[in-house]
Design a protein around this ligand. Structure first.
Ligand SMILES: [Zn+2]
Length: 173
């Protein structure tokens, strides 16, 4: 029997183009990621909508997997490179894998990739996942109205105001 496919998405994956429907399997994240993206109103609304329609599931990992990940992270010396949320994502992936599912983590984080290789969970860079086809972001300055590419620094280089994200293009998935 073929294993049920599912994906674990980190904040980068959600910020760059939340479209869990573009994935051919269930999409999961952890509550900590939902907290992280709450800073963006538009994104927060989309994520809440995806969660309430059950296209995205926010789930806490088991204590057992959290402890196992802690050991792996320690053995790889990635402790300082990974946030609490990153470790929860990895632990959740481990839970899903041990539950008999085929799981892949969608992220651009090198430390997450390193640990996922160790626990034999697939890793898909955000750009290769297909979810970024849904829409792209740009940053704009709410004070002087200049726009910047998505990977710019967080403040406007002209006037110093904090930049905001906005959707610039939607395309069909
Ligand atoms: Zn500005």
């Amino acid at each position: 029997m073929e294993k049920a496919k599912c994906y674990v998405l980190d904040a980068t994956a959600l910020i760059q183009g939340l479209a869990p429907t573009a994935l051919s399997g269930e999409a999961f994240t952890v509550p900590g990621v939902v907290e992280e993206v709450r800073a963006s109103e538009v994104l927060s609304m989309r994520i809440e909508a995806a969660i309430s329609s059950r296209r995205l599931k926010a789930r806490k990992p088991s204590k057992r997997s959290a402890a196992a990940i802690k050991e792996v992270v320690k053995s790889l010396g990635e402790g300082s490179a990974l946030s609490k949320t990153d470790k929860e994502l990895l632990a959740l992936a481990l839970d899903l894998k041990e539950g008999g599912r085929e799981v892949a983590i969608i992220s651009d984080d090198y430390a997450i990739q390193n640990v996922s290789a160790k626990i034999r969970v697939s890793f898909i860079p955000v750009a290769a996942s297909g979810i970024t086809l849904a829409f792209t972001w740009s940053l704009f300055c709410p004070a002087c109205r200049r726009t910047y590419p998505p990977n710019s620094q967080p403040t406007c280089p002209v006037c110093g105001t904090d930049l905001k994200r906005r959707v610039v293009k939607r395309s069909k998935v």
